[in-house]
Write a protein that binds this ligand. Structure first.
Ligand code: TMP
Length: 225
């Protein structure tokens, strides 16, 4: 039986996922006597971070949706085996910035990877390690993309090192992506919560906390050891 808690953050570009992951982890560390592990996808282990570099840099047309799905799942398999499952088995709270719904949304519903392949990968690679809760940060793509562009300019990254391959897919892709996440939420109502991310981070964080708090009762009553 899983003793920890697995929470994932999802959504299109510029919804403030990494800020919300940090804020939630901070608050959990204050309020729950469990270790909290934050991680991200693609990435989280040495091998998965190497695969990430292939996916998020370079020109949009270098990989098909199917190749992207397979690479993301190669990274996810390593991430699950080496980091996520051992942490959950040890009773930790694991928060991941993106997980399996990103592949379904980006490569499946918004891209053209066959859904039969994504279903099979989910079943055989993720298996029972489905998140306890998935927070979908929803924002209009025009607003999200303009946020990420100004962030990159502030960091003055040069083109070659920018992790912006998916941001350059075009607005119609990002519109489909928003619909894709709403569809995922509709298909998984007991696991997914949609939060309006076009507001100040503290307001978004308050909604995230309201969604997560009921899950914490279980951690208070169960012994982590
Ligand atoms: P991010 O960490 O800035 O969100 O960047 C990761 C990018 O990779 C983002 O554009 C979404 C994309 N992605 C997929 O297309 N499929 C996946 O399965 C995952 C995990 C990420």
């Amino acid at each position: 039986m899983r003793r920890g808690l697995f929470i994932t953050f999802e959504g299109g570009e510029g919804g403030g996922k990494s800020t919300q992951v940090k804020l939630l982890a901070q608050r959990l560390r204050e309020e729950v006597r469990r270790a909290v592990l934050t991680t991200r996808e693609p990435g989280g282990t040495e091998m998965a971070e190497r695969i990430r570099a292939l996916l998020v840099t370079g020109e949009p047309e270098t990989l098909s949706s199917t190749a992207e799905a397979l690479l993301n799942y190669a990274a996810r398999d390593d991430h699950l085996r080496r980091l996520i499952r051992p942490a959950l088995a040890a009773g930790k709270v694991v928060i991941s910035d993106r997980f399996m719904d990103s592949t379904r949304a980006y490569q499946g519903y918004a891209g053209d990877c066959p859904l039969s392949l994504i279903d099979a990968l989910e079943r055989d690679v993720v298996g029972e390690t489905v998140p306890d809760m998935t927070i979908i940060l929803d924002i209009a793509p025009e607003k999200g993309l303009s946020r990420t562009r100004s962030r990159m300019e502030e960091q003055s990254q040069t083109r070659g090192e920018r992790e912006d391959r998916f941001e350059r897919f075009g607005l119609s892709f990002h519109r489909k992506l928003r619909e894709a996440y709403l569809r995922i939420a509709e298909e998984n109502p007991s696991r997914c919560v949609i939060i309006d991310a076009a507001r100040p981070p503290e307001e978004v964080a308050a909604d995230v906390w309201r969604a997560v708090a009921p899950l914490l009762e279980r951690l208070k009553t169960e012994d982590p050891s």
